[in-house]
Design a protein around this ligand. Structure first.
Ligand SMILES: [Zn+2]
Length: 304
C-alpha cells in the first residue's frame, strides 16, 4: 500500500555520535529502535556556541549524556519540542536541568477529541503527560537565537500539539513525526486526528522548504513533492476503505485485512487505529455512517 510514496530508508548513524547533517545542524540518534521509531529518535542541535536543541528524545540516560557531551563547551539556550510522545520529550527535564535552556512547544499533551463512552486511551503509555513548555508557541511565531531564526508551524494530526519548526537561515523544516522519509506516521484517535493531519499536510504542501529533518530516519529531500505523495497516499487509503465498504458493511479488523497486505503483525493494532482515524474523518464529512460515535468496535457502512 505504501509503494506509492518514494520512501528513502537510507540512514546510517550510530547511536550516541553527533554528526553534522547540513551546515549548522548536527543530529544525534537515540538507541530506541522499534517499528514506530525506525532506528530510533533523532535529536538535533542548531548552531554553534550558543545552540538550540530540537527534541531531546526519550528519558534515556545514555542518550542524554551523549547529547550533553555533543554540546560540551557550548551553551544551550533553547529546547524545541515537536510533540509529547515518549520518544521525543521525556529527556527535557534532564537537559533543562543541565543547561538552564528555555523549553518551547505548542503546549502540553492533549487528545484531539474527547474520549467516547467506554473508550480507553489505548496509546496513553506512549504519551508524556508531564510535559509543560516554559513558553507556548503560536502558529507563525518566530524565535531568534545566536545565528538562527525558527518559525513555529502548527501541524496537528499525529498529536494535537504537534509543531514543526522552520529554520529560516538553512531553508529547512524540522518536521517531527508529521512527515518522515522512511514511513508515514501513526495517526490514531483519540490523540491523533486524520482531518487535522490532512489539513496539516495541505499546509506544508504550500511551503517551499526543500529539506525536512524528521524525528526518525534521514532527511526528506524534495520535500514539497514528497508531501504531495503523502497526501495522495492517504487519499488512496481512504479510497481503499470506501471500496471495501462498497461491498457491504464492515468492522475495523475486516477493513485492516482488506487494506494492509503483508503488514508486520506488531503494527496491526496501530493499523486499526489508523483506519478508525480515516473513518472518523469520513463520518464527519457524511460519507460513512456507523451507530453512535465512530469507535474501534463499530461497524461501518457507506452513507445512503
Ligand atoms: Zn510521535
Amino acid at each position: 500500500m505504501s509503494d506509492d510514496i518514494p520512501f528513502d530508508r537510507t540512514f546510517e548513524l550510530a547511536p550516541g555520535r553527533a554528526e553534522e547533517v547540513v551546515p549548522g545542524v548536527r543530529r544525534l540518534l537515540a538507541n530506541n529502535p522499534s517499528p514506530f521509531t525506525y532506528k530510533g529518535t533523532v535529536s538535533y542541535i542548531i548552531g554553534r556556541g550558543r545552540v538550540a536543541i530540537v527534541d531531546p528524545g526519550p528519558d534515556d540516560a545514555a542518550h542524554v549524556a551523549a547529547l550533553l557531551d555533543a554540546v560540551r563547551g557550548e551553551t544551550v539556550t533553547h529546547i524545541f519540542v515537536t510533540h509529547t510522545h515518549r520518544d521525543h520529550s521525556p529527556a527535557v527535564p534532564r537537559v533543562k536541568a543541565a543547561t538552564g535552556a528555555t523549553v518551547l512547544a505548542e503546549g502540553p499533551h492533549r487528545a484531539a477529541r474527547p474520549l467516547n463512552v467506554g473508550e480507553a486511551p489505548r496509546l496513553e503509555a506512549s504519551n508524556d503527560t508531564d510535559f509543560r513548555p516554559d513558553r507556548a508557541l503560536a502558529d507563525g511565531e518566530v524565535v531568534t537565537g545566536a545565528g538562527w531564526t525558527i518559525e513555529a508551524v502548527t501541524t496537528p494530526g499525529h498529536t494535537a500539539n504537534h509543531m514543526a519548526f522552520a529554520f529560516k537561515e538553512a531553508n529547512l523544516l524540522f518536521s517531527g513525526d508529521h512527515v518522515m522519509a522512511w514511513s508515514t506516521p501513526v495517526v490514531a484517535p483519540p490523540d491523533g486526528s486524520m482531518s487535522d493531519y490532512m489539513a496539516s499536510l495541505d499546509k506544508l504542501a504550500r511551503r517551499s522548504e526543500p529539506i525536512y529533518l524528521p524525528g526518525h530516519g534521514g532527511a526528506v529531500r524534495n520535500a514539497p513533492r514528497f508531501v504531495r505523495h503523502y497526501i495522495e497516499h492517504r487519499k488512496g487509503r481512504e479510497a481503499s476503505i470506501l471500496h471495501r465498504l462498497g461491498k457491504g458493511a464492515a468492522d475495523i479488523p475486516t477493513l485492516v485485512r482488506a487494506i494492509y497486505i503483508g503488514l508486520d503483525p506488531r503494527l496491526v493494532p496501530a493499523a486499526g487505529r489508523s483506519v478508525l482515524a480515516h473513518l472518523e474523518d469520513l463520518a464527519a464529512r457524511g460519507v460513512v455512517a456507523t451507530d453512535g460515535p465512530p469507535s474501534i468496535e463499530g461497524v461501518y457502512r457507506l452513507s445512503e
